[in-house]
Design a protein around this ligand. Structure first.
Ligand code: FJE
Ligand code: FE
Length: 293
């Protein structure tokens, strides 16, 4: 390969904070010091135990990707779409012009996962909402020399994910056995980051310092990423890359548009049940109804 390997340019520890109704998230992208890493708006490692959760709320202008690590979450939306995702399952939701939904724990104990918000370009912000769901057993995994990778989006070790990414994105879940090392091509012009889930690893250059769980690493430009597991335990991390959109971002909570006028319009649409929010008028999730009297 002709280009340079990517190196680590910034490192953040994602500390727990409260979000939703009694839920806890470790937010790395989307916090004050890192409002946006184009095209990524939010990366949350979430942890929810009933009755906590994320009751009925709207989205417009981006995609949410939910990838389960422990337990299960039930989602319901105002179109009648309802389902439960468990460990290793993926939901790739394009909110587009509007979704109202709930995301609540589906089993006992603590449910854990990752939720990534990916921005949409101005010409895609108002597209029809869409879901792509893949069960764990249908997520392809490649294994080579102590490296295993689950291909959530994009391509790795000759495997291509069936997920369609409106904003070109790669999302890979790597596990490196002790002593293993990996190298993964990432398109030169994309932004890319690593988020460590488990164990400790060396990223970028073989002599850089160790990174442990719950840390986000922003990577420099380059054409590939390298990582090493020099420890005696498995190392698990996600590598995510995306093509930058390069447009202004105006965010108001769950609405992400390009201008303040579009945000004002969105708030009006939501309050008046218009332009994609029609079905929000009479809809309440079953999860919410259960908690009313
Ligand atoms: C949201 C606060 C929120 N991270 N991770 C405000 F908490 C949310 C929200 C989530 C969320 C849901 C899951 Cl299942 C996992 C999450 C934030 O729902 F959308 C806004 N606006
Ligand atoms: Fe949501």
């Amino acid at each position: 390969m002709s280009g340079e390997p990517r190196t680590v340019v910034r490192k953040f520890l994602a500390r727990p904070q409260h979000e939703g109704a009694g839920a806890v998230v470790r937010r790395s992208i989307g916090r004050f010091e890192l409002k946006y890493f184009d095209p990524f708006l939010v990366l949350d490692e979430f942890s929810v135990t009933a009755p906590a959760g994320f009751p009925d709320h709207p989205h417009r202008g981006f995609e949410t990707v939910t990838y389960m690590l422990q337990g299960s979450v039930t989602h319901e939306d105002f179109e009648g779409h309802k389902g439960t995702i468990g460990v290793g399952d993926l939901q790739w939701m394009t909110a587009g012009r509007g979704i109202v939904h709930s995301e609540m724990p589906a089993s006992h104990g603590t449910q854990k996962g990752l939720q990534l918000w990916i921005n949409l370009s101005s010409r895609h912000k108002m597209i029809e909402p869409r879901y792509q769901e893949i069960e764990s057993t249908n997520i392809a995994e490649a294994n080579e020399d102590g490296v295993s990778v689950r291909v959530i989006a994009g391509e790795s070790l000759g495997i291509t994910s069936p997920i369609y990414t409106r904003t070109p994105t790669m999302f890979l879940d790597f596990t490196l056995e002790p002593g293993a090392q990996m190298q993964q091509p990432v398109p030169e012009s994309w932004n890319a980051f690593v988020y460590v889930l488990e164990g400790e690893g060396v990223f970028g250059k073989s002599r850089s310092s160790l990174t442990t769980a719950h840390h986000l690493l922003l990577l420099s430009p380059g054409d590939r990423v390298m990582a090493w597991n020099k420890s005696s335990k498995p190392l698990r991390f996600i590598l995510v890359g995306g093509e930058p959109i390069g447009q202004p971002v105006v965010q108001w909570g769950p609405f992400v548009m390009n201008t303040q006028e579009e945000i004002d319009q969105t708030i009006q649409d939501f309050e008046n049940f218009e332009n994609g929010f029609e079905k929000a008028r009479y809809w309440r999730s079953e999860a919410t109804q259960d908690n009313e009297f």
